[in-house]
Design a protein. Structure first.
Length: 210
């Protein structure tokens, strides 16, 4: 996890700027093709294959919640400061980025969800116009990156990419169930990654402590 614990502050800033730039470009490109991609995903999922994305969309995040609840409890009961610090970083990333930043953008931009037209309604509380960005995607990737970091610091490092794959499946499910457009998901993923990155990069390198 040298990228997160890079002591060169200029390198970190450069990496952040590169990531943000790529995320903006990807989101902008997807925005132009949102409707046909959504239609293709919707047609592919219905009617026989909707159960899998529907389950991931509805219940997928609870696996992450359970894992990090266990991490925090074990951290405090076993007096493991490494687990405690990662657990707290996860909670901060979720509260600040997956909750506050995402909800604020939804409220300000007011983008309609698939099937509710295309007109933006700025500063709205309508759930039907809270499509951008995807909160599930931000939540999933904040969780996935934190668990990736945790596994990377452990003897189970060979499994570190599984949480990211699982997070991607949760994010993609939001398009299949017609809750979000692809660009909503892309933006949510970027916010979740940046949120986890922001707090994890401030942790000491604990890879050799346990």
């Amino acid at each position: 996890m040298g990228l997160l614990n890079n002591p060169d502050k200029n390198a970190q800033k450069r990496n952040h700027l590169i990531f943000i730039s790529i995320s903006l470009v990807v989101t902008a490109v997807l925005y132009m093709f949102d409707v046909p991609i959504w239609h293709a995903a919707r047609d592919l999922a219905e009617p026989n294959f909707l159960i899998i994305p529907d389950l991931l969309s509805e219940w997928g995040l609870y696996l992450f919640y359970t894992i990090f609840a266990v991490v925090v409890v074990v951290g405090y009961t076993k007096k493991r400061p490494d687990l405690i610090s990662i657990g707290l970083a996860y909670i901060k990333a979720q509260l600040v980025f997956s909750l506050v930043v995402v909800r604020l953008l939804k409220f300000v931009l007011g983008r309609p969800r698939p099937g509710y037209g295309f007109e933006l309604i700025f500063f709205t509380t309508r759930a039907s116009h809270h499509s951008f960005p995807s909160g599930h995607s931000a939540d999933a990737f904040a969780s996935g990156v934190c668990l990736f970091y945790l596994l990377s610091q452990s003897k189970y490092s060979q499994y570190r990419f599984l949480p990211l794959i699982y997070a991607f499946l949760i994010a993609a499910s939001r398009v299949f169930v017609s809750s979000h457009f692809p660009s909503d998901v892309s933006a949510g993923m970027a916010i979740g990654i940046m949120g986890a990155w922001f707090f994890l990069s401030r942790l000491p390198d604990q890879s050799h402590q346990h």
